[in-house]
Design a protein around this ligand. Structure first.
Ligand SMILES: *[C@@H]1O[C@H](CO)[C@@H](O)[C@H](O)[C@H]1NC(C)=O
Ligand SMILES: *[C@@H]1O[C@H](CO)[C@@H](O)[C@H](O)[C@H]1NC(C)=O
Ligand SMILES: *[C@@H]1O[C@H](CO)[C@@H](O)[C@H](O)[C@H]1NC(C)=O
Ligand SMILES: *[C@@H]1O[C@H](CO)[C@@H](O)[C@H](O)[C@H]1NC(C)=O
Ligand SMILES: *[C@@H]1O[C@H](CO)[C@@H](O)[C@H](O)[C@H]1NC(C)=O
Ligand SMILES: *[C@@H]1O[C@H](CO)[C@@H](O)[C@H](O)[C@H]1NC(C)=O
Ligand SMILES: *[C@@H]1O[C@H](CO)[C@@H](O)[C@H](O)[C@H]1NC(C)=O
Length: 597
């Protein structure tokens, strides 16, 4: 890649590790005798992977941590008097099918119990004696039910509870009355729906993991009561929207992970309760629109990830409130139009340091594209077949440290002459892979191998707007047309689109025409194709008001017309004056209508 590797740091780790390891084993060897065939490290006695009969009958009295993994055990072994000093008991990968109070009773000092990878099918009330247990690991069992009261005896001590990879399909409301619990893990279960108040009783909880459950409904108040929670991980589920209903009460949330869901909608006011949020990950969802309201209230947000969605529309001001944002990931969306045309879509993000825009089919970068990003350090535009970059498009980014670009589609004409010079001056060279596609003579050459005198403008393959649509007003019910023309020296096929308020009009009535024009220039005659597109609006209503714009594209890029505003006037107002009742779309009528409004 374009940053250089640092082998010296790696070597440092190796040395440190060897020193550390050496000291530990020396202490063990001189002070204690380890029971065969177990292995000992400090106060840990590891009797894992033994046949049942080989587990030593008596343990050294100094045993504090005991590991009995992979031993085919069906029950917690009876360790006699030594049980009472053990603080950590690892029974992972055995065959326990239940948790029995009488077997755990002797472990009076037990703080950590690992029962992962066993055959436990349910947790009944009365499973746990009163123990000072802080960490309980039950991952990868067959637990399908939690009986009310099952954790009662652990309520004053338990801090970490892991129940990943089990078979829970529902969680009874208020089942967790664990006021000291800080971390709860419920990933890879089968909980499809979380009811309100489910986690009531977990006021100290700081993180909750519920990935890969097939969750599709979070009811209002689902997380109510988690008033100290900082991290909520809900990746790889089937959630479809973000709303304040389910975020209700998450007043201290800092990280919200919602990657790999089916979210297509962020409701207005969604973040009303989550104003401390600093990291929001919405990668790999179905978002297609970022509205003006989508991120309102997130003034402390530091990192926003919306990569791998379908975003094609970003409202003016969608990022306006994000005054602390440092990282914005928009990779693999469809925001080419935003970058190519919108007026400074990121202009509110004056703290932004990193922006990821790879894979957005961006064809051209203009000076406006990144206006306002004065603090930017990393800009990734790779994996876009960029054809043109306006001179000094990046020049206001005084702190830019890394620019990633790989395109073999550049239109290497006089307008691009600045690029190789600037890139070399900035020492961005290692991350920029840019070669020409046009003109034919330079096709395939790296821009860095093209001499300054070779960047010439003797044609203009990218469409250039020659006639802009005009701002106008019309009477309600009238027919209105907007006209737009562009010319190009290339015969590559053109496509036409009209947008209203930045959104493509998919069902509009559009007529397109092409005509050849011969232009006389100093170097002789050249053939130019001129294209005209007409947008026909019939029976305009007040809802037709807005800003209309044409987009004319070919293989070499897109050109965007200026935005023409349509104002619609009511008939009623004009018909009050007898002389204007017959008013149609004539020039005089328009000016009258304007005077009246
Ligand atoms: C428990 O540990 C204490 C001191 O750490 C020791 O005096 C006592 O003998 C141990 N108990 C058992 C049953 O080994
Ligand atoms: C709590 O533990 C005590 C023994 O330590 C036991 O007698 C009691 O039944 C347990 N209570 C519950 C609700 O599990
Ligand atoms: C999500 O829902 C769809 C259809 O509703 C289903 O086919 C898919 O398996 C679900 N995904 C998960 C992870 O449950
Ligand atoms: C964001 O979420 C995606 C999908 O769950 C994950 O792959 C990615 O690592 C996350 N990124 C960060 C920075 O947490
Ligand atoms: C950019 O680089 C990536 C990976 O190196 C490659 O997969 C991709 O095709 C390149 N894109 C272009 C436009 O050259
Ligand atoms: C630059 O891109 C071209 C094609 O996109 C690829 O063949 C070449 O390996 C790339 N060079 C570097 C240094 O990444
Ligand atoms: C608008 O155009 C339609 C045909 O597209 C026509 O029937 C109608 O009379 C026109 N209306 C006005 C007010 O000109």
């Amino acid at each position: 890649m374009c940053s250089s590797a640092q082998p010296s740091i790696l070597a440092g780790y190796v040395v440190f590790f060897l020193l550390f390891w050496g000291t530990r084993s020396l202490v063990g060897a001189y002070t204690r005798t380890c029971p065969a065939p177990c292995a000992c490290f400090g106060d840990l006695v590891d009797c894992s992977r033994l046949k049942k009969g080989q587990i030593p009958k008596s343990l050294p009295e100094w045993t504090v941590q005991l590991k009995l993994s992979h031993n085919e055990l069906n029950s917690v072994p009876d360790l006699g008097q030594y049980a009472s000093n053990i603080t950590t008991l690892v029974l992972a990968n055995n065959r326990l099918s239940k948790i029995a109070m009488e077997q755990l009773g002797p472990f009076l000092a037990l703080e950590t119990l690992d029962l992962s990878n066993n055959h436990i099918a349910e947790i009944k009330a009365g499973s746990f004696p009163a123990l000072p247990l802080k960490n309980l690991f039950l991952n990868n069992n067959r637990i399908a039910s939690l009986e009310p009261g099952c954790f009662t005896n652990l309520s004053s001590s338990l801090q970490v509870l892991r129940l990943n990879r089990n078979r829970l399909s529902s969680i009874p409301a208020k089942i967790f009355q664990l006021p000291n619990l800080q971390h709860l893990e419920l990933s890879r279960n089968r909980v499809r729906r979380v009811e309100g108040l489910t986690f009531h009783g977990l006021q100290a909880l700081r993180s909750l993991k519920m990935q890969r459950n097939g969750l599709s409904r979070l009811m209002d108040g689902a997380f109510w009561g988690l008033s100290n929670m900082e991290v909520l991980q809900l990746d790889h589920n089937n959630l479809t929207e973000v709303s304040k209903g389910w975020l209700y009460g998450l007043l201290t949330l800092q990280q919200l992970h919602l990657g790999h869901n089916a979210i297509s909608r962020i409701r207005p006011d969604a973040w009303e309760f989550c104003q401390k949020l600093s990291e929001l990950n919405l990668s790999s969802n179905h978002l297609s629109r970022l509205e003006e309201s989508s991120f309102i209230g997130l003034s402390l947000l530091d990192e926003l990830r919306i990569g791998n969605n379908r975003v094609s529309f970003i409202a003016d001001g969608a990022f306006r409130g994000l005054s602390s944002l440092q990282t914005l990931d928009l990779q693999n969306n469809e925001i080419s139009w935003t970058i190519e045309d919108m007026n400074g879509p990121f202009s509110a993000l004056d703290k932004l340091k990193k922006i990821f825009l790879q894979g957005n089919r961006i064809r051209s970068v203009t000076k406006k594209s990144f206006s306002g990003l004065d603090a930017l350090q990393n800009l990734d535009l790779s994996n876009n077949a960029i054809m043109s970059i306006q001179a000094n498009a990046f020049s206001q980014m005084k702190n830019l440290q890394e620019l990633r670009l790989n395109t073999s589609s550049l239109l290497c004409d006089c307008q691009l002459k600045w690029l190789p010079v600037w890139v070399a001056e900035q020492t961005f060279l290692p991350c920029v892979n840019a070669s020409c596609a046009h003109p034919q003579m330079l096709k395939g050459r790296s821009v860095f191998a093209v001499g300054p005198e070779e960047f010439v403008c003797d044609d203009f393959p990218k469409p250039q707007i020659t006639i802009q649509p005009e701002t106008r007003s019309a009477l309600k019910g009238a027919n209105v047309t907007f006209v737009c023309s562009a010319a190009s020296s290339s015969d590559s096929p053109m496509t036409f689109a009209w947008k209203k308020d930045n959104e493509v009009l998919n069902d509009a009535e559009i007529h397109n025409q092409a005509h050849l024009r011969v232009q006389g220039g100093s170097g002789g005659e050249t053939e130019v194709t001129e294209y005209t597109t007409t947008l026909q609006l019939s029976d305009v209503q007040f809802s037709s008001e807005g800003k209309y714009q044409c987009v004319i594209s070919n293989h070499f890029g897109s050109s965007y017309s200026t935005k023409a505003r349509l104002t619609v006037n009511s008939k009623l107002r004009t018909s009050a004056r007898p002389k204007t009742t017959a008013c149609s779309e004539s020039k005089t009528c328009q000016s009258k209508a304007r005077q009246e409004s």
